[in-house]
Design a protein around this ligand. Structure first.
Ligand code: ZN
Length: 196
């Protein structure tokens, strides 16, 4: 395969995943007060990875990373088998690596993310970091309704613990996480504690 047709097939795969994700997330919204279409989040995660030289399997998996986890209550949930059939075993494996087991309680899932991150593949580590970068930006820009200061602070701390185990695969991404994390901490500190 020459260089140009390889670029074409990569961009085709990436756009095919973007269309697939847009369809699955058609009825999903971000938790933030702006209630952005959910697909904005997965596009942002994929773009962060592309801008930092991540492999195309990670970029494609980024577009698909929440399709299984977030469609579990839809009339036709998306499955890992569908992802494997459409995008291959490598991409499906990455999506599986970054998906929570929704049968477990939320606090257990959050603890498992911290424990599993250091053992993830390099591509999954990069995807996890980019996901947390996008989520930290969202917490700062459009916090979910009803999330008070303490809850946002707790979220930022947890994201930092997951990220600590996901570092080392891509130094530029590690640096972007650090900047984003510090910015989120500073914003929360500047808000201070609410009175009353
Ligand atoms: Zn995500």
């Amino acid at each position: 395969m020459d260089a140009i047709s390889q670029i074409e097939s990569e961009s085709q795969g990436i756009l095919r995943a973007a269309v697939f994700a847009a369809r699955i997330h058609a009825g999903h919204r971000r938790k933030g007060s702006a209630a952005e279409p959910y697909v904005n989040h997965v596009l942002e995660v994929a773009e962060i990875l592309a801008a930092h030289g991540a492999p195309s399997a990670a970029i494609i998996a980024a577009l698909l990373h929440d399709t299984v986890e977030d469609s579990d209550e839809d009339p036709e949930p998306c499955t890992l088998a569908q992802i494997e059939a459409a995008f291959g075993a490598e991409v499906a494996g990455l999506v599986a690596e970054v998906s929570d087991d929704k049968s477990l309680p939320k606090e257990v899932r959050k603890g498992l993310q911290v424990r599993h991150a250091p053992h993830a593949s390099d591509a999954a580590k990069q995807l996890k970091l980019a996901d947390k970068i996008s989520n930290l930006r969202a917490i700062a820009a459009s916090p979910p309704k009803g999330w008070d200061h303490a809850r946002r602070l707790e979220y930022v701390g947890w994201a930092g613990r997951v990220a600590a185990g996901a570092k080392g695969a891509n130094p530029a991404l590690d640096a972007l996480f650090e900047v984003t994390y510090r910015d989120a901490v500073q914003r929360l500190a500047a808000e201070g504690w609410p009175h009353g």
